[in-house]
Design a protein around this ligand. Structure first.
Ligand code: GCW
Length: 696
């Protein structure tokens, strides 16, 4: 990763008056403002100074808390430390605890900011866990270091500038309008953007792409007419160390009316992009680069000109390279005009079929962004084999924080455990997904991780207040994928409710874990079973529609008939998708004997009486788990209600009211899922539910 360009930043204004401060309430900052402080360095060190405003300042060799940028310090003695000066790791920070003092050294100003937030976080967690701050350092002398595993940690916003007639302002957004745009323009007041950047910096996120990958006509102009606005957004993000990226249309030269072709091998097209990029860098000197969705769901791409995706990506990459920019090219390419009668075409195969032959053909500043599963962010999918199939290409993993297929921020669905599973999955038998995309062992170049943001202009940022935890977790797991999701949830609770007294904080922790820990599996429990995908309402993707996508052109089928259900993706008798996996998964998934239950119907078409590893038949599993999951919601509601005496105190009344409103909708929707799925399976199979529970 190239070193960060140094650009003057505007210091943070007075604390942002956001309606809900999410995980950075004043009480969390008070944990570091109590003692004396010193901050050394320039650039984003000013942001740290602003955060510490109000704390008494002391000389750096004596202050209780020192935060320093490495190149602003010459010797350990200057900081009052014994021995040699600790070297922070590249892009990371060191925290030295000595004689009751805490000294943070960042490799650069942004890393110092990350180190500062680490201290806030650790103090909050120590409080939650019952110790004092010293439980995690403080009195005990220790040196800890931390550096991000992933060089790219980007949040993608699917925000439109203008309100789209079908998709609204934020495509698949469940938290109100855009924080970036209003009334068809970049917002005049970007204070929410700055507050957002601050929240992200405290998690470790480094980059933000500020507009939808589906680039409509108005949004295409961000690249040209709106550069002042883009520069204003970039200034807000920059103050917190976040780099700005734009999603651009591959067809921009045509869409913007300048040329009659976007052919990547046409020199006039290359010149057009070189000019466009130069103008962007003139406005935003530390601009990050472009994200492109090409030849995907109707977006223009190189196929129209008979060119490859490598030709397309390299065109833009070459324009960005002289400025140090990165070109992120999405691998989400498949036939969305499929004939449902065609049983040989398998959408799950598409990204691998399209992209693996191009391995080695991409420019060094191209990153191929691959969705975590081969289909489309379904609640249960196997990990995409593409992530391990292109050793000469920088590959990034794409997750979806916005809950398109996981309850749309109306249902509680804590995604940390799922991401922990994905990041820790040993895709080539040896290395985890996190290690592969990070290029950790040097056998492939480094990519990173990306996710679609779940934030909007909503008072709680994320619609469902508990969905804030997903945003928080993405940043933390992107920085350190070895973290346990349950610990990340503790961090979020400790920070978010830092104003609670000790007893209230413990109760909140207990209840939030009861409500959230198993919520992803519970959601899976009452929705589509065993790796079946797309049983959702077409269009808005909310709520059950067992056959909603069965006869559609989108390549999304489950093939249920009176005898059985599932997609045969085996090499032996199906689409051959299992063959895209390396060992051992190509064989594990190939056999019904070894395929994990939760993915059975993704890989196999089986009779309803097929016996799972769990001992239940497929049909009885479908009946039982839908009903059990809804019953569990009662425990969730009761757990939440047990906090009622904290409402208005440790638990803000509006926060509580919003959670209750969402829990009611979650129950309504879950009951609908349960009844439709159970009934549909009964009507098809004629097999009664052995438990005798009502079926319609
Ligand atoms: O899941 C699908 C969504 C689309 C989205 C697309 C993508 C931005 O339904 O709304 O478009 O994925 O990832 O490009």
């Amino acid at each position: 990763r190239p070193s960060r360009k140094t650009i003057a930043t505007t210091p943070s204004p007075a604390p942002f008056a956001s309606p809900h401060p999410a995980w950075l309430p004043d009480a969390a900052l008070d944990l570091v403002r109590t003692g004396t402080v010193a901050v050394l360095g320039t650039g984003r060190a000013d942001t740290i100074r602003a955060e510490l405003d109000g704390a008494p300042v002391a000389p750096p060799d004596r202050a209780d808390l020192v935060v320093a940028v490495r190149d602003a310090v010459a010797t350990a003695a200057e900081l009052g430390l014994a021995g040699d000066l600790t070297q922070p790791p590249a892009h990371g920070y060191a925290v030295v605890r000595e004689a009751g003092r805490t000294v943070v050294l960042g490799a650069d100003d942004v890393a110092a900011l990350h180190g500062f937030w680490a201290v806030v976080r650790e103090r909050a967690v120590a409080r939650l866990r019952g110790g004092d701050a010293d439980a995690r350092g403080g009195a005990a002398d220790a040196v800890t270091t931390s550096a991000p595993l992933q060089p790219i940690r980007v949040l993608d916003h699917w925000d439109n500038v203008a309100v789209h007639p079908v998709m609204g302002q934020v495509e698949r957004g469940y938290a109100g309008g855009s924080i970036f745009y209003a009334a068809g323009e970049v917002r005049a007041d970007l204070s929410r953007v700055r507050a957002y950047a601050r929240l992200l910096a405290a998690t470790g996120v480094d980059d933000v792409c500020i507009n939808n990958v589906n680039v409509h006509a108005r949004e295409a102009q961000l690249l040209t007419d709106d550069l002042d606005g883009v520069a204003r957004i970039a200034a807000e993000l920059r103050a917190h160390g976040i780099t700005t990226h734009l999603a651009v249309s591959f067809g921009a030269p045509v869409l913007l009316g300048d040329l009659d072709t976007a052919d990547p091998l046409d020199p006039a097209v290359a010149a057009w992009w070189a000019d466009a990029v130069a103008r962007v860098y003139a406005a935003v000197p530390d601009f990050g680069g472009f994200v492109v969705k090409a030849d995907s769901e109707g977006q223009p791409g190189p196929f129209a000109y008979g060119r490859t995706h490598a030709d397309g990506a390299n065109l833009l990459a070459r324009a960005l390279a002289p400025h140090g920019g990165t070109l992120v090219w999405r691998a989400f390419v498949y036939d969305h005009h499929q004939d449902w009668r065609d049983r040989r075409t398998d959408r799950a195969r598409a990204a691998h079929d399209h992209f693996t032959p191009l391995d080695g053909e991409f420019e060094p500043n191209v990153v191929l962004q691959v969705k975590h599963g081969p289909l489309d962010f379904q609640v249960r999918e196997p990990v995409s084999p593409v992530l391990a199939a292109m050793p000469r290409t920088r590959v990034a993993l794409e997750l979806q924080v916005t809950q398109e297929y996981t309850g749309q921020q109306r249902h509680v669905c804590w995604l940390g455990p799922w991401w922990e599973e994905i990041l820790g999955f040993r895709l080539d038998g040896a290395r985890t997904v996190a290690q592969i995309v990070a290029g950790q062992d040097g056998s492939n170049p480094a990519g990173g991780v990306a996710a679609v943001s779940n934030v909007g202009a909503d008072e709680f940022w994320t619609g469902h207040p508990l969905a804030q935890a997903n945003l928080y977790a993405f940043g933390r797991l992107a920085w350190d994928p070895t973290l346990a999701a349950t610990d990340v949830l503790d961090e979020w609770i400790a920070l978010t409710f830092a104003a609670a007294d000790d007893a209230a904080l413990r109760r909140l922790r207990d209840v939030l874990h009861r409500v959230m820990d198993d919520s992803w599996r519970r959601y899976e429990g009452y929705t589509a079973p065993l790796g079946v995908c797309f049983m959702v309402n077409p269009g808005d993707h909310y709520g059950p529609a067992v056959d909603g996508y069965e006869y559609s052109p989108w390549g999304t089928y489950h093939f249920a008939d009176r005898d059985g259900i599932g997609v045969d993706r085996t090499r032996a008798s199906g689409t051959g998708y299992t063959g895209q996996y390396p060992a051992p998964w190509r064989d594990v998934y190939e056999s019904v004997e070894t395929c994990p239950d939760e993915l059975l119907l993704f890989f196999h078409h089986v009779p309803y009486g097929h016996v799972l590893h769990s001992g239940a038949t497929v049909i009885q599993h479908v009946y039982d788990s839908r009903a059990d999951a809804v019953e569990q919601l009662t425990e969730v509601e009761e757990a939440w209600s047990s906090l009622s005496d904290l409402v208005g105190g440790a638990l803000p009344a509006a926060f509580d009211a919003r959670v209750r409103e969402r829990l009611a909708e979650q129950r309504r929707s879950a009951v609908e899922w349960r009844d439709q799925v159970r009934s549909a399976f009964f009507r098809r199979s004629g097999v009664p539910d052995a438990s005798g529970r009502t079926i319609y």
